[in-house]
Design a protein. Structure first.
Lengths: 418, 120
């Protein structure tokens, strides 16, 4: 006998985003169900045992598990039910505008959950060796950085004895230090871009502290080994082309990939949510509502954040919108927001006239003097100068209700100063 | 004398410049966008410290490793010895977040505390 349940809001994912939204919705008299395939709340934070979280949101420096415990406690409410160890395998929109989720769990079997609103908070997957098409054999010892982090921090197993890390994303940098502190030799970090893709402070405290070499504008051109990785070949890049005559070999038994995250939007696609190719996440309006009414998105499933604090802020905002949607007071204008020069994307993609709005950007350039400007109906309404612009660090700004006092297209651009 | 540092107190990563006249005396710090930057630079130039995070083995069936951290940044010269000590331990549950695992490491006043709860 398949069970049928109902709720007002279904939150998919009990990581930082899902917990923040659930906490916000619970301030109103609505029944929320939070679903996660893991047995514990907190998502990826649980395996991020390092410090550096929460300075902005909690005004205190926390480790990942501490941050997870804090947000899980805030989400605790009699009107909120957690279904852990449970996977959402299908989701569909019903003719009356509500949604039906198919839930699978080892403990409780199969159930259908009917809900009036959905919050997409599924987070990201890691890009892996297959996404990069790196040549060589297929030995054991090749991991994504996050998989190795889970192995080490949750399950207590070392991935190997000596490692090369491909990509200089934050997870890879954090893992370089973690491996060193676990007695594993870290031979090098190899980055194809001319600048690191992780936060500067992680270069300092995770690589420089240990004298781990960072090869910028270099690529791995071969992974060798039969049963187990034995070495990698690294070559400098010129105009993106590996210079094989200058390649060199690094002996190692482990290769970690820290080469970016992909928002996990399979369920969003089932709902027919429009996706933004620049982010890999949903197109959203100022309420963080997707193109399907009643479906909202936030956190890393919407766009990849470099700080969990920003995820909490964004998902809290989404939770507020979901509560308004449920009580029928949500208003939305369709004023388009777009980016021009030197910006990869902006979130949200629409704004509401006469309502303040927070915008997040990912720059395309490295610069120590650049001006971000906002143009509404051809008129510059806002400008700010930034120093130390880099693609690794998200920009976040707020425009006031007074500044957004007209309808019409809003365009952001980043101008490099001469 | 001039030294360049990058602040690791928060994700902003301010580029700091420390200057002093000659080889001794007080450093003057610039480039910091908040007071933490000056504190970090002074400490980094005289007695560099880091928050240490690690895991310890436990007798829990569901959480074989428990995350721990130092309560304050620890002088870097003590880090390796501390990690070796932590990796020898086998912790008995239950533990609570904030419980002290090791008190006053190497007489520095820094404790090692648990980063999460692990119920029985």
């Amino acid at each position: 006998m398949i069970r049928h349940e109902t709720c007002d809001a279904a939150v998919i994912g009990a990581g930082a985003a899902g917990l923040a939204a659930a906490a916000e919705i619970a301030k109103h008299p609505f029944r929320t169900v939070v679903i996660d395939r893991e047995d514990q709340r907190g998502g990826i934070l649980r395996q991020c045992i390092h410090n550096g979280f929460g300075l902005r949101y909690f005004k205190e420096e926390l480790t990942g598990p501490e941050y997870a415990d804090r947000v899980a406690a805030l989400a605790e409410n009699p009107n909120t039910e957690f279904k852990l160890g449970t996977t959402v395998s299908e989701i569909r929109k019903l003719p009356d505008g509500t949604f039906e989720l198919l839930l699978l769990s080892a403990a409780e079997g199969v159930a259908y959950l009917r809900t009036r609103a959905v919050f997409l908070a599924m987070g990201c997957r890691e890009r892996n060796r297959g996404n990069l098409a790196i040549p060589g054999s297929r030995p054991a010892g090749v991991f994504t950085a996050g998989a190795a982090q889970r192995l080490l921090n949750i399950e207590g197993m070392l991935p190997g004895q000596s490692a090369v890390i491909v990509g200089s994303g934050d997870i890879g940098l954090i893992m370089a230090r973690r491996l060193r502190w676990s007695g594993v030799e870290v031979k090098a970090v190899v980055e194809i871009m001319p600048y690191p893709s992780g936060l500067t402070r992680n270069i300092v405290q995770c690589l420089n502290d240990f004298g781990i070499p960072l090869y910028l504008e270099h690529g791995v051109v071969n992974i060798a080994g039969r049963e187990r990785v034995q070495s990698v070949d690294v070559a400098p890049l010129e105009g993106g082309i590996p210079q094989l005559d200058r390649q060199f070999r690094i002996d190692c038994d482990t290769v970690l990939f820290s080469v970016g995250l992909i928002p996990e939007n399979e369920l969003s696609a089932q709902l027919g949510v429009e996706l933004n190719p620049a982010t890999g996440g949903a197109v959203v309006d100022a309420n963080l509502q997707t193109t399907v009414p009643g479906v909202f998105a936030g956190g890393n499933v919407l766009h990849v954040h470099d700080l969990v604090d920003f995820v909490s802020e964004e998902a809290t905002e989404a939770g507020r919108s979901i509560a308004r949607y449920l009580d029928g007071s949500l208003e939305s204008d369709a004023n388009p927001v777009s980016v021009e020069s030197n910006l990869r994307y902006v979130i949200p993609n629409r704004f509401n006239r006469n309502r303040k709005c927070t915008f997040s950007f990912r720059p395309l350039i490295v610069s120590d003097a650049a001006t971000l400007e906002a143009e509404l109906n051809g008129r510059i309404i806002w400008q700010r100068k930034f120093t130390w612009i880099k693609p690794a660090e998200m920009l976040k700004i707020e425009l006031s209700a007074e500044q957004l006092n007209e309808s019409g297209p809003l365009v952001f651009r980043l101008r490099e100063e001469a | 004398m001039e030294k360049h540092l990058i602040c690791i107190s928060c994700p902003v990563g301010c580029h700091l410049t420390a200057t002093r006249a000659g080889d001794s005396g007080e450093w003057t710090i610039s480039g910091n966008r908040c007071p933490r930057g000056a504190v970090y630079a002074q400490s980094e130039l005289s007695d560099p410290r880091r928050v240490v995070t690690a895991t310890v083995a436990s007798d829990s069936a569901t959480m074989p490793r428990l995350p721990v951290r130092t309560s304050q940044p620890l002088p870097r010269r003590h880090i390796d010895a501390l990690l070796n000590r932590l990796y020898q331990l086998q912790v008995k549950i239950p533990v609570k977040r904030g419980d002290v695992l090791l008190a006053n490491v190497e007489d520095t006043g820094v404790d090692v505390i648990f980063s999460c709860d692990c119920p029985k």
